[in-house]
Design a protein around this ligand. Sequence first.
Ligand code: DIR
Ligand code: MN
Ligand code: MN
Ligand code: MN
Length: 306
Amino acid sequence: NTVVLIGAPVQTGTNIQGCVMGPDALRTAGLQGSLEALGYSVIDRGNVLPEPGPNRVHSNSAVHHLSDTISWTEKLHAVALEEMREGSLPLFLGGDHSMAAGTVSGIAQAAEEAGEEQFVLWLDAHPDFHNLSTTSSGNLHGTPAAYFCGLSGFEGYYPKLNTAIKPENICMMGLRSVDNPERSALQKAGIETYDMRRIDENGVVKPVTEFLSRVKKANGRLHVSFDVDFLDPDIAPAVGTTVPGGATFREAHLIMEMLCDSQLVTSVDLVELNPFLDVRGRTATLMTDLVSSLFGKQVLDHPNRA
Ligand code: DIR
Ligand code: MN
Ligand code: MN
Ligand code: MN
């Protein structure tokens, strides 16, 4: 499959400026060349931009940039749907995580059209499981997962969802900042969650292996939505919402290598990189290295690799 890079310089889902530079920082870190060196054919579609829509206001006065988020959702939904229909492997370069409302909903629709089951691995310190009423920050990067699961609280604002991701097809890993309304919504939806305690106790191998075998058994497609703040801030400082105690360098690389072994990954979001907060591009470089592992880079041949 051709790897298609799609820049989505979204930053209206946060209150900290800088994610607009995310796609270009990943390009500067050499993402395309790294993937080409692994033998992929890579096309960079450049950055997409939303078409402005009507001004929208929600009764929750904390909510900001609602119209922009709706416009981005519509645009990225269409782009993701088109790329998946083409059979390419899209890599969405963010941009804040509000973009996943568009990317994942488009990917879900494409999978349904193809009669295939869509799974999502959500790597994040946060579940991003608010709706428009429960968010107290009003930062809409805290809402995409609830939207693409088809939960209520978006009607009349976000685009009507064609195809929801089934909650049982989602695995969230790395959680360590969950707001109360999110906690109850996650439980109610029955989403599989691995918070940092569970990773401390079991490591990453067991949960990742179990999830991947579920995807494989269903002959499913796998989307990976990778928020920079999944990683520990000591190794990945360039994100507006750092939370201490994240995944280590080795844990993150191992997950990427296991994902590569599985040959199940069909699309990826790289989100929340804020290069303005970075130290000499180190977070962009780390994300690029992790993507290289996801696409096949290894130290020596491993028996698990086909
Ligand atoms: C928090 C933070 N739950 C909120 N969310 C973040 O604003 O809703 N998501 N940072 O990535
Ligand atoms: Mn997130
Ligand atoms: Mn996060
Ligand atoms: Mn649609």
